[in-house]
Design a protein around this ligand. Structure first.
Ligand code: SF4
Length: 116
């Protein structure tokens, strides 16, 4: 599968999961790669990469390469949202992004990061 297909598939899986509430601010993003975490412990249930904000700094890939990769346009996307048992790695990847393009939400759609 190429990056576009992976983005499409993960976005679709996330859209179809009605148990994990859609965040209100999701409408504000034009180009996202998102993934839901169903089987992992912890609070993070949805990860969203705002690809319009991404500047290709690759910090997320360096911190969590099993979850984030770069596409041909040098924009980050989510490969496997269920990778990493510990959500600390996911949080560290989001914190490492210089433009805070990675957004984390809980099951109710509340934003966990970045804090507003
Ligand atoms: S760290 Fe942020 S800016 Fe850098 S590639 Fe990842 S999402 Fe894009």
């Amino acid at each position: 599968m190429d990056s576009n297909e992976i983005i499409k598939k993960n976005n679709q899986v996330a859209e179809e999961n009605l148990a994990i509430k859609k965040p209100e601010d999701l409408e504000n993003f034009d180009n996202i790669s998102q993934g839901v975490r169903v089987i992992k412990e912890g609070k993070i249930r949805r990860i969203v990469v705002d690809r319009q904000a991404c500047i290709g700094a690759r910090s997320c890939v360096v911190v969590a390469e099993d979850m984030f990769q770069m596409d041909d346009e040098d924009l980050a996307y989510i490969t496997d949202p269920e990778s990493y048992d510990d959500e600390e790695t996911v949080k560290l990847a989001a914190e490492a992004c210089p433009v805070l393009a990675i957004h984390l939400y809980d099951e109710q759609g509340n934003k966990l990061f970045p804090e507003e």
